[in-house]
Design a protein around this ligand. Sequence first.
Ligand code: SF4
Length: 378
Amino acid sequence: MNDDAYRHQIELRPQPHVAHESPTHVMTSLAGAITLGFEKGKFARPETVLRGLNILMTYQENCVANCSYCGMSRERRVPREDATFIRVKWPIVAVDDLIERSVQVPHQMRRLCVGMLANHQSFDHSLQIIRQFHERTPLLISGLITASLIKKRDDLQKIRDAGADRVDIAIDAATPALFEKHRGRPVKGPHRWEHFWWVTEEATKVFEPGTVGIHLVAGLGETEQELLEACQKAQDMNVVTHLFSFNPEPSTLLGDYPQPSMGHYRRCQLGRYLVNELGVSVHQFRFNAQGQVIDFGVDLDVLARIIESGQPFMTSGCPDEQGETACNRPYGNGRPSEKIRNFAFQPGPQDIQDIRAQLWTDWAGEDIYQEVGHELER
Ligand code: SF4
């Protein structure tokens, strides 16, 4: 889609008439709302246990940015209460109720994630909310930063001092050109690639080593090589990548854009895991002319065992005190009825079989990798 096409599709969203806004109210993930009893429902897979509570600021004018793929974007044409984020509902709840329930209702959540929007009040409000949870609950806290709101290192220190032990910067797009196209000037957005990476680097100077992450979204038009090189760029800064799969939100600029193929996503997951968790360099990988991975740079029998473990395909998210993923986001990439992209639990034997089949679809590589999958199936 070219830039003009974007401009012609932009319409202002209707302004709702409700006063439930941050800092007294936040949007909470559907999984969190179910776990704490705000919403009825159960997880499609019974082995799912929510380990992290994800919340987002909420404002009548929504986000002032206009990212092409985002359910919170300024010009999305649905009222705020009907809006979805990553294609599931995010109920608006009072912060006091959320804090009370998170200490009274039995659950296994270990981490809270406080997500900002690009709204001038959002930085101060997120500090207030981080402070309240830090003082009143035992949850570890991540700040999910909108980098455009961060002007100086002191801003990051304020997030740390309020009680967050980790931060993530939602860079989302893997290359400067894709970032600009989806988040920058063509969509009349305030975000700038260089600034987001500058904030990421500053965060590594403020937070403990290994406690800064970025978000990347696979499926915004990047190749596997581009996405994995962005993971490597972060890893070289001692910054981990938390990976998401693009999922089209109705009424956004990318509402009709397809999800990335399962093959693309599975190879990105496997590559990210090798780079972030096992110290393999992307420079050891080989790619074909389409930028698809044709060699992950490790022995095939080792690779087969890594795939068999299921670990690369589990949600990559901020950890608990033991280093296990706490932010496991059961609905993080879509609805329960859809094929699971990020597993919120240890994949079972049938899941692994499905993953092996998905890994080499839509792929122009060498047969040798397909043989790895087939050998394991025998
Ligand atoms: S990985 Fe999860 S907890 Fe960490 S910043 Fe991202 S959404 Fe928040």
